[in-house]
Design a binder for this molecule. Structure first.
Ligand SMILES: Nc1ncnc2c1ncn2[C@@H]1O[C@H](COP(=O)(O)OP(=O)(O)OP(=O)(O)O)[C@@H](O)[C@H]1O
Length: 693
């Protein structure tokens, strides 16, 4: 069945009466079918058969107060005879029993089970609901059968048998129609409900829900009134024809107010004595006339009433004759369930989206790349350019210069900002672990793999993967990484299923990659893959007064964290900060400021409070010990400086490597690694360097 259009090809009550009456009369007279008049009293080809048997029968129907002859046996009927038949039918309906007049006996008949499906008694006590129970349902045939046999009123038993049988035919037809209609309505509702789950715009959602109600109920308008408890208002949408597009009513007004109060469906149609139930202000505001109205409550998943769903003006060209019926109550109630779920889901989704956006912007804010030095401005400008692209970025810079901060800065400016940012320290991964860490493993893949685990690539799906210290990756690891970057799929260790990954890769290193490539310690092809765009962060000592800017930033950050009034850096402190070489770069500065925030308490911070280690020189007055090296090669000069500096810091901490690493602003393990790279003797057990005793 096409859910876009209501079912057609249904037989109306009139058609059923015309089809079945000849059959019934045929049974009565020994199997002969008496043909029916089609739509009027004339043109009955088999009428003479009935007349020959002395049977005259008519079925008349009253819709909206007007009588109409639906079926008649025999020859032409005069206007006077027809009027007499209608009068007798009225009397029979009024009497509620078999009534005789002239040659006819007559009795009322209707589709008996039409009242089935009405909401149970007690679910409402409105006057219109009582009307429905007391009277015949709106749109039901208000019929009577007239029968004469041999020129005399038919015996009561015969008339009753015929009427009961006809009523059952009508009821069966009505049930069949109803089943078909319900199937179509359900299909239509489910089809729409699936689409509602995808809609993010609440105006579009409410519009679509209302449109669906008009379609399945066959009515002019539908409005969803959502309850604003705090303001005691019902806010209706879509507000067709309302200026400003917002329809608001008091939450206790009109029939929607009744529904909210009672928590049960209410309905109304024009012509009754209860016209005041309708909130006419709504009609006035919409320049509209309500002729019939059905309203049902809407509940959320926690069974709390969230609003009222209202349908207005049932179409008058079907069996309902412009009034809503019991089937409509059931249909709108079902639709209200779907609508409430969609509205609730959409609200939850909107809340989650808002929360996510807030968290993302908080995260972005706490990872700002601070600095106004030209070099940093340039880096920021280039980062902003490259952020919206999916190009791989290679960030170069010494330890603690802010490579991860820059990577996050790029991530939060990119379209991937709502996705994950996953950082991996490649130096910390021995080759045996690297594959499982990056690509995940299946349960049982190796001895310790007690459960399946996603790798960092999978975890970063939809976001950014930051590969820190990529220059320290083993050759085997480099080959595997290159393959994934080229194919964009990972296979978990112990698995065979390729898993597509949508990840932007940002790599960083403090190593001179070109040199590593020359000495075959880093793959050139991987370098080209990672180095589509490269950004270099200068050491802190090359950023001029940015060091003060960063110091102030960390001061405020840590003071806020521990609830301390932010102290002022006095002149001596500022000078000390400016002249310190900051070999550990921003990380060292951060640690220095964090320490002083905890260890000092006054309103001012002096140079002494900073507890800076004397490294034998400043960035402005370079240390002669390492400047006096005879080798003019920059790398060698740098190496000697680093050896000299590390030795001094270790000595100043009495050989305590943990303290020395903290002072240098690096992890302890990184310090050992660095020392090994520089060719310095290390003894991880004695914690002493250059002083084996
Ligand atoms: N420009 C900056 N603005 C604000 N904070 C910064 C900045 N640069 C570095 N930091 C802070 O300094 C610390 C070290 O930064 P980060 O970890 O990004 O450096 P890194 O170069 O990645 O270090 P490593 O090479 O040791 O991994 C972090 O706490 C970070 O918050």
């Amino acid at each position: 069945m096409d859910e876009a259009s209501p079912p057609d090809g249904q037989l109306s009550d009139k058609e059923i009466i015309r089809e079945k009456m000849p059959l019934l009369l045929g049974l009565l007279t020994g199997g002969h079918h008496f043909g029916s008049s089609s739509g009027n009293l004339k043109n009955d080809s088999n009428a003479t058969d009935a007349s020959e048997k002395g049977i005259r029968c008519g079925v008349v129907s009253q819709v909206n107060g007007r009588w109409e002859t639906v079926y008649w046996t025999g020859t032409d009927v005069s206007v006077a005879q027809e009027r007499a038949a209608h009068e007798l039918a009225s009397e029979a309906l009024e009497n509620g029993e078999i009534t005789q007049k002239g040659e006819f006996s007559a009795i009322g008949c209707s589709a008996k089970n039409l009242l089935a499906g009405m909401p149970p008694a007690g679910s409402h006590d409105s006057s219109s609901a009582r009307d429905h129970d007391a009277k015949v349902m709106p749109g039901a045939p208000h019929c009577a059968m007239l029968l004469s046999i041999g020129g005399r009123p038919a015996p009561a038993a015969v008339l009753q048998t015929l009427t009961v049988t006809l009523s059952r035919f009508l009821a069966l037809n009505r049930d069949r129609q109803e089943d078909k209609r319900r199937l179509w309505q359900t299909t239509c509702m489910l089809h729409n409900a699936a689409a509602w789950q995808q809609l993010d715009d609440d105006a579009a959602l409410l519009q679509s829900v209302a449109q669906c109600a008009c379609e399945v109920l066959g009515c002019d308008r539908a409005t969803i009134f959502l309850w604003d408890r705090a303001r005691h208002r019902l806010v209706g949408r879509p507000a067709i024809g309302v200026e400003g597009g917002v329809l608001e009513v008091e939450d206790d007004a009109g029939i929607v107010g009744e529904v909210l109060r009672e928590g049960s469906p209410q309905w109304w149609s024009a012509g009754g004595i209860d016209g005041e139930r309708v909130n006419r202000r709504v009609d006035q505001s919409q320049n509209f006339q309500t002729k019939s109205l059905l309203a049902v409550p809407m509940f959320n998943a926690r069974d709390q009433i969230i609003g009222v769903f209202e349908a207005i003006n049932a179409k008058s060209d079907d069996h309902r004759g412009g009034k809503f019926d019991a089937a409509d109550v059931r249909t709108l109630s079902e639709l209200a369930v779907h609508a409430a779920v969609a509205i609730d889901t959409q609200r939850t989704r909107a809340n989650l989206t808002r929360t996510r956006d807030r968290l993302v912007s908080q995260a972005a804010d706490s990872n700002r790349l601070i600095g106004e030095h030209d070099s940093i401005r340039d880096v920021r400008t280039n980062a902003t350019k490259v952020a919206p692209t999916d190009l791989s970025v290679l960030i170069l810079g010494k330890n603690g210069t802010g490579k991860e901060v820059l990577a996050q800065h790029i991530h939060y400016q990119s379209e991937r900002r709502n996705g994950p940012f996953v950082a991996v320290n490649c130096a910390a991964l021995v080759e045996s672990l690297l594959e499982s860490e990056l690509f995940g493993h299946e349960r049982g893949a190796f001895t310790d793999a007690s459960s399946t685990r996603q790798g960092k690539f999978e975890l970063a799906h939809g976001g950014t993967l930051f590969l820190d210290e990529v220059g320290d990756m083993s050759p085997g690891g480099q080959a595997k990484l290159l393959r994934v970057l080229e194919e964009r799929v990972v296979v978990r260790v112990g698995g065979s299923q390729p898993i597509p990954v949508d990840v932007r890769v940002i790599a960083a290193t403090n190593q001179p990659l070109q040199e590593l490539i020359a000495s075959k310690r880093f793959r050139e092809d991987l370098f080209f893959r990672l180095n589509v765009v490269s950004l270099t962060l200068p050491p802190l000592c090359k950023r001029g007064r940015d060091v003060l800017l960063l110091a102030e930033h960390f001061l405020s950050h840590f003071c806020e964290k521990i609830g301390r009034v932010v102290p002022r850096l006095d002149l001596s402190a500022q000078q000390a900060i400016l002249s310190h070489p900051w070999p550990g770069n921003v990380r060292e500065l951060r640690n220095t400021i964090e320490r002083l925030c905890y260890l000092t308490s006054g309103p001012d911070v002096s140079a002494n409070d900073l507890m800076l280690q004397d490294t034998g020189g400043t960035s402005n007055e370079p240390n002669p010990a390492w400047m006096e090296v005879l080798d003019p090669n920059l790398n060698e000069a740098t190496r000697l400086f680093q050896i000299d500096h590390i030795e001094k810091v270790i000595a100043s901490q009495n050989g305590n490597m943990t303290e020395a690493a903290a002072t240098l602003g690096v992890h302890r393990s990184n310090l050992y690694r660095k020392m090994r790279q520089l060719g310095m003797p290390t003894s991880e057990t004695s914690e002493r360097v250059g002083n084996p005793d």
